[in-house]
Write a protein of this length. Structure first.
Length: 546
């Protein structure tokens, strides 16, 4: 949110849904939007769908420079146009204007604007009515986008009356370039308005957190000053609760080195190469986020010592800056599955002194599946595994312990029962494993997981999913996303149930040994051999996709 001249708020975040430029009127339902006031009330809320939100926002009274601009612009365009609707588009789209710049541009869909002003009475209850509402909402969304772009093009004026609009802004003709822009915006707006977006959860991460933050800020929108401090409690970090975090019974059971290629193995064995020169270090390290009580911290350290997840090193051995500041991290937690927390190592002070390894090129993305084309007689089925406490299963190099310190100073008296600990010395907890929070943790663990599975014949070059790369041309798609392994098979619908032991005309020939069956069996044998624990509850076996 940026503040415009004169102390008035400029609704940058409004983007295209910047309604609130209609002639007022009552609004049923609920709507949430910045810098708007529905029926003179300061209350703000959430629309049930994009169409519902646009309908209500249009009736909100906007008290912003953009709202005044849109109102004046629409009135001028509607008073100067004599266009009619043709197949859902205005007749002006078929007219040519001189090939000039795209903006300023006239109102592309005046009929949609008028429909919204008349409350869009399309006859409720029919399927045709619902479809028409979505079409009008898409066209009105384009109207608002064009108005927003015109506002930017005009220099975001604080006030503007109709007489100040240039002729090019209110004429009824559109150039070829303008028509292309409108067509693209309309296609995307139609997709947006045709989807509800799903129910927004009230608790959890992602959209739930965005919703919570918007609602937190909503009480400030009708004031001249927005108090950003109200978001101070909106951080995802929470205190470490020992009863809700997961510590593996046995940590650091695998070394990444055997599963890395020779070049990366050499780097991992000598990570001092990635440490930046002292002259490039911050003058003062970041103060870590450490959200655990001293008593719980001692209990946490003991649990981690028992599992082999950490060790105690003398405070003098911990990495320091040239100015003498100790480089250490802190513990905090973030919400995980229901009733559980994920333990995070705040390693920012050390991350700032290290280069990032470019080893994440093998990461896939969910959108890659949009590139899989199915014929009418085909479907897909998927299998997957999730490794438990994945990062903590990979042990770090011993030479890196001095850069893995976390938490408060620990007195040796508290750990006299630990071999090698002296009561008169001060110690720091140092992780022996790769931590969630390490700037290179994902790079190392992703590359090691890929190497682990490639050693058993999985993730072959022509079958591996990688974001930004050409997708596999065959029927088997396989990918690794840090701790998750997924195998997807495109196959005829008639073979969806085929697997070893299944009886059908096809399985009598190949005994159900399809590619995905073999690949999943090989990967699970490799996991059993190398012994990273799997989350049984999250394992997926031959799940049909479509």
């Amino acid at each position: 949110m940026r503040r415009a001249r004169g102390g008035r708020r400029h609704p940058e975040l409004a983007v295209a849904a910047a309604g609130g430029v209609g002639g007022g009127g009552t609004a049923s339902g609920r709507v949430y939007f910045a810098n708007s006031c529905v029926d003179g009330s300061a209350d703000v809320c959430i629309g049930e769908s994009p169409t519902h939100t646009l309908n209500i926002l249009f009736r909100a009274q906007w008290r912003t420079p953009l709202g005044r601009f849109l109102r004046a612009w629409s009135l001028r365009c509607l008073s100067n146009e004599d266009r009619t609707t043709l197949n859902g588009c205005t007749a002006a789209l078929s007219r040519e204007a001189p090939p000039e710049s795209v903006f300023p541009m006239s109102l592309p869909f005046p009929e949609a604007w008028r429909e919204f002003e008349s409350e869009g009475n399309l006859g409720k209850g029919s399927w045709k009515s619902s479809r028409a509402k979505k079409r009008l909402s898409a066209e009105q969304l384009v109207n608002l986008q064009i108005g927003l772009f015109n506002h930017y093009h005009s220099g975001s004026p604080k006030s503007l009356d109709m007489s100040q609009f240039p002729t090019s802004l209110t004429n009824c003709t559109l150039s070829t370039a303008q028509k292309e822009v409108i067509a693209r915006l309309r296609a995307q707006a139609h997709l947006f308005c045709a989807s509800t977006g799903g129910e927004t959860p009230s608790v959890g991460r992602g959209r739930a957190r965005i919703l919570s933050q918007l609602q937190t800020l909503s009480s400030s929108y009708h004031h001249d000053q927005v108090d950003w401090r109200v978001l101070g409690g909106a951080s995802v970090a929470c205190r470490v609760d020992l009863d809700r975090i997961a510590i593996p019974e046995r940590a650091g059971i695998l070394s990444p080195a055997p599963f890395l290629c020779p070049e990366r193995r050499a780097v991992f064995k000598d990570l001092a190469k990635i440490i930046e020169p002292h002259c490039d270090w911050p003058s003062r390290p970041v103060r870590p986020c450490h959200m655990i009580s001293p008593e719980d911290e001692v209990s946490l350290v003991r649990r981690m010592l028992q599992s082999g997840m950490c060790t105690l090193i003398p405070e003098s051995d911990v990495e320091h800056t040239p100015e003498g500041h100790i480089l250490r991290g802190g513990w905090f937690a973030v919400p995980h599955r229901e009733g559980k927390l994920r333990l995070i190592f705040d390693r920012r002070s050390l991350n700032a002194t290290e280069r990032t390894l470019p080893w994440c090129e093998s990461l896939p993305h969910g959108t890659d599946f949009a590139k899989m084309v199915l014929d009418s007689g085909q479907t897909i089925r998927a299998s997957g595994d999730d490794c438990s406490n994945y990062f903590y299963q990979w042990k770090h190099e011993e030479s890196w312990m001095r850069r893995q310190a976390v938490g408060r100073r620990l007195s040796g008296k508290l750990f006299e029962d630990i071999p090698g600990v002296e009561a008169g010395k001060s110690y720091r907890c140092a992780l022996k494993v790769i931590a969630m929070g390490d700037t290179n943790g994902v790079s190392i663990c992703q590359s090691a997981h890929v190497g682990l599975l490639q050693q058993c014949g999985c993730l072959k070059p022509g079958e591996m999913m990688q974001y930004g790369k050409i997708m596999p041309r065959g029927n088997l798609w396989e990918g690794v996303y840090i701790d998750d392994h997924v195998v997807v098979m495109r196959l005829p619908k008639s073979r969806l149930q085929c697997k070893p032991g299944h009886v059908c005309e096809f399985c009598t020939i190949d005994e159900g040994e399809l590619q995905d069956i073999v690949r999943v069996r090989d990967s699970r044998e490799q996991y059993k051999k190398t012994k990273p624990p799997l989350v049984r509850q999250q394992a997926v076996r031959l799940s049909p996709g479509v």
